[in-house]
Ligand binder design. Structure first.
Ligand code: ATP
Ligand code: MG
Length: 246
């Protein structure tokens, strides 16, 4: 469904990603992990047309989308939930959801179906439609960001660290929702995360380090890989703690 082929991208003269290749097959959940500054966001921005690659090509559903403007890519059903959510803080939940619709011409019944779907996925949002988005909790804001993207009717949903700054219990809820989206709506997922939780829902994973893909494999292999965990997701807990009773 998506193929990133030998893509390099830079900010001015600073190269941020180099010769990155990755693929997402229809129906997959693919997770990209890597430390701060590894180039995860840059890769996603390049895929979604927010940054033009210096080299390489991006294919989506068989079409070369390299260099297309982001709004055209979004219209093709490739939608990004950016780092930091970027909801409209001074607008209500309801207005934020409807802004998601602006890029698509949907009929009333379809709009209602999508709203119902979002509220079913995140019942908390339904009780807060009139609340200003900026006053939602961090977790609720992420639920809104996901819902707003869903209103655009994505076929490939790209999420940049949705769990950032959220409590583990909310992260689990968001990961569960992403899992359900794939199952119920047949939405393919490309997810950037730095946390282990994400690997638990991944079919496949890529590890990015200083702008390059340094590991790829199944989600299960990533979870079991000491290399992935230690090098890219932080150190394992010390098991033989001398202060503990065992
Ligand atoms: N607008 C920019 N101008 C110049 N350099 C940038 C810009 N955005 C990112 N970079 C640099 O590009 C590199 C990759 O950044 P990127 O944001 O892609 O990393 P990341 O993997 O998403 O990190 P994080 O986990 O902190 O979000 C970093 O060295 C960063 O400093
Ligand atoms: Mg980032």
């Amino acid at each position: 469904m998506l193929e990133v082929r030998n893509v390099s991208a830079a900010y001015g003269r600073i190269e941020a990603v180099r010769d990155v290749s990755l693929a997402v097959n229809q129906g997959e959940i693919v997770v990209m992990v890597g430390r701060n500054g590894a180039g995860k966001t840059t890769t996603l921005k390049t895929i979604c047309g927010l940054l033009r690659p210096a080299q390489g090509h991006i294919f989506y559903e068989g079409k070369d989308i390299t260099g297309l403007p982001s709004y055209e890519i979004a219209r093709l059903g490739l939608n990004l939930i950016p780092e930091g959510r970027q909801i409209f803080a001074d607008q209500t939940v309801w207005d934020n959801l409807n802004l998601g619709l602006n890029s698509r011409r949907l009929k009333g019944a379809e709009i209602q179906r999508k709203l119902d779907y979002c509220f079913n996925l995140f019942p908390r949002l339904k009780q807060r439609t009139k609340q200003l988005a900026g006053t939602l909790s961090g977790g609720e804001q992420q639920m809104l960001a996901v819902s707003r993207a869903l209103m655009q009717g994505p076929r490939l949903l790209v999420l940049d660290e949705p769990s950032l700054g959220l409590a583990p219990i909310i992260v689990t809820e968001i990961m569960q929702a992403i899992w359900e989206l794939r199952a119920a709506e047949n939405i393919t997922i490309l997810l950037v995360e730095q946390m282990r939780y994400a690997l638990q829902i991944a079919d496949r994973a890529y590890v990015l380090k200083t702008g390059q893909v340094v590991w790829e494999g199944s989600g299960a292999d990533a979870l079991n890989s000491v290399e992935v965990e230690e090098a890219y997701l932080g150190k394992r807990k010390v098991i033989n703690d001398p202060l503990s009773s065992n």
